[in-house]
Each structure stands twice: as structure tokens, then as C-alpha cells.
Design a protein around this ligand. Structure first.
Ligand SMILES: C[S@@+](CC[C@H](N)C(=O)[O-])C[C@H]1O[C@@H](n2cnc3c(N)ncnc32)[C@H](O)[C@@H]1O
Length: 247
């Protein structure tokens, strides 16, 4: 799964209190960033971002998104599983949208974004990426907490939080329940549909629930000891996905 360098796609800009900035990460700052990552107990994955130029989305003093390796890694797995019509909650810098558009398995992308300023700063540049890959891209102004899709999706990725924090778990659970009904039933070919929230896997380490065997490798659902599940090439697959694969 590849994400582009966002400094090559989104230029610096400002709309009210929202800004896209390009910034340089020096050798010393790269080490500081790695140390902060190691020290954060809520992060299971530790990352090294090499020195260089990066982009960030800011609102006042809050950093909402960067394209450093921490962000790339936390998007890597689920964006790698994405296919068909993908809904994305939270536009940010559009990094994951660029990665999705490049994937042959992804046919169209719908984004729901709460802040018009973010849309104004990012959308014109993402439209060019979508044109390059000849794929439909819809960027809608809305709130994922109340948005009522008039379509079903193969995959839904919700990333509306500026930081990885256990306080977000309740909202994640609520959103997953809300969006489950907007998933296409019996997805095509070897793929299963899923709804996931950014950083959710990091915040639910297995040891929190000793009965969890693993996450299903196809849809990401928790698989419990008492559930029916299968091992496919050494990976856990839940009963529902197994049925879907067998069809
Ligand atoms: C962390 S950024 C998303 C980063 C994105 N995944 C990327 O690859 O660049 C979060 C985005 O969610 C938006 N957002 C926050 N709350 C939202 C909500 N309730 N509905 C839709 N978008 C929301 C923010 O304005 C921000 O653009």
C-alpha cells in the first residue's frame, strides 16, 4: 500500500483558522519524534520518520494530520484491505484518499468532511488525482455522526480524530454500529466488506479481553474463543467471512 508525499499534491494554504503547511523535519527532530512515539503508552506501533519535507493540516494550534510515517503506518493495514466503493469519514490531507485512488481494487471513493475549510483547501488537488486514475471521487460536506448515505459501500474508514486516545473508543463503537447497515452484503470475489476506525486496533490490544482469539483477517471483527472460526493460511477468518468466501 503506497501513500504519496503530500507536499507534492497539496500546496500550503489557509482558510479561516485551518491551514495546510509544509514543514521540514531535521535529523534531530526526527529522533525527538521517535522518542515521543516510544514514550506514548497508547501506541503499540513505534515508527521512525526520516528527515525531509512533510505536509500537515492544522486548526489553530492543533495538528490534525501529517503525512509522517506514524500516520502512514496507522493507515497501512486497512487501506491495504480496501476495495470497491470506499467511504471515508474525515478528509484531512486526503492522504488515504490518494492511496485508495491508486489501488486497482478500489473503484470509487466517497468522503464526508465536517469542515468546509478543509474541503476548500484539499478537494481541488484531490480532484486532479482522481482524474489521473479516472475514478469517481465525491467529497461531501457533512458530519459522520448524522450523515445518511443513499448508497452502500464495500468498505468504510472513519478517521475523524486528531490523536490516538482511548477516550475515542465509545464514539468508535457507536459509529461502527451506525455504519454497519451501510455495508454491501456479500461483497464481491475474495473480498469482504468492513467498517473500521483509525487507530482502533491499537486501542484494543488483545490483552484487554482474554477471550479474543484474534481479529478476523478479512473483516477485522473480534473473534472470540466460543465463536466458529477458521484458519486460512495461518490467519484467523470469522465464520461470516468464511461463508462469504465460499459463495
Ligand atoms: C485526522 S484527519 C483525517 C486524515 C485522513 N485520513 C488523511 O488521510 O489525510 C480528521 C478529519 O476529520 C474531520 N472531521 C472531524 N470530525 C468530523 C465529523 N464528525 N464528520 C466528518 N469529518 C470530521 C476533520 O475536519 C479532519 O479533516
Amino acid at each position: 500500500m503506497k501513500f504519496p508525499r503530500m507536499v507534492e499534491i497539496i500546496p500550503p494554504g489557509k482558510k479561516n483558522n485551518w491551514r495546510v503547511e509544509h514543514f521540514g523535519l531535521s535529523e534531530e527532530e526526527a529522533h525527538m519524534l521517535a522518542v515521543r512515539d516510544i514514550a506514548n503508552p497508547e501506541r503499540l506501533t513505534k515508527e521512525w520518520t526520516p528527515p525531509g519535507m512533510y505536509a500537515r493540516l492544522m486548526c489553530d494550534h492543533t495538528v490534525w494530520m501529517t503525512d509522517t510515517n506514524t500516520e502512514r503506518t496507522t493507515h497501512q493495514y486497512w487501506m491495504g484491505q480496501a476495495h470497491g466503493h470506499v467511504m471515508v469519514g474525515g478528509l484531512g490531507l486526503g492522504m488515504c484518499v490518494c492511496g485508495l485512488l491508486e489501488k486497482p481494487e478500489v473503484t470509487e471513493v466517497t468522503v464526508v468532511e465536517l469542515h468546509q475549510e478543509v474541503i476548500d483547501l484539499v478537494k481541488p488537488h484531490l480532484n486532479k488525482v482522481a482524474q489521473r486514475y479516472k475514478k469517481p471521487l465525491y467529497i461531501l460536506y457533512g458530519d459522520v455522526n448524522i450523515y445518511q448515505p443513499n448508497a452502500v459501500f464495500d468498505c468504510i474508514w472513519l478517521d475523524i480524530w486528531p490523536t490516538i486516545c482511548a477516550d475515542n473508543l465509545d464514539q468508535m463503537d457507536m459509529l461502527i454500529e451506525r455504519y454497519d447497515k451501510y455495508l454491501r452484503c456479500g461483497s464481491a470475489g475474495p473480498y469482504c466488506s468492513w467498517v473500521k476506525c483509525w487507530s482502533q486496533d491499537e486501542l484494543y490490544p488483545d490483552e484487554q479481553d482474554p477471550d479474543i482469539v484474534d481479529l478476523c483477517n478479512k473483516c477485522g471483527a473480534n473473534v472470540y474463543e466460543d465463536d466458529d472460526y477458521y484458519i486460512d493460511n495461518g490467519l484467523v477468518v470469522c465464520a461470516e467471512c468464511k461463508e462469504c468466501l465460499d459463495d
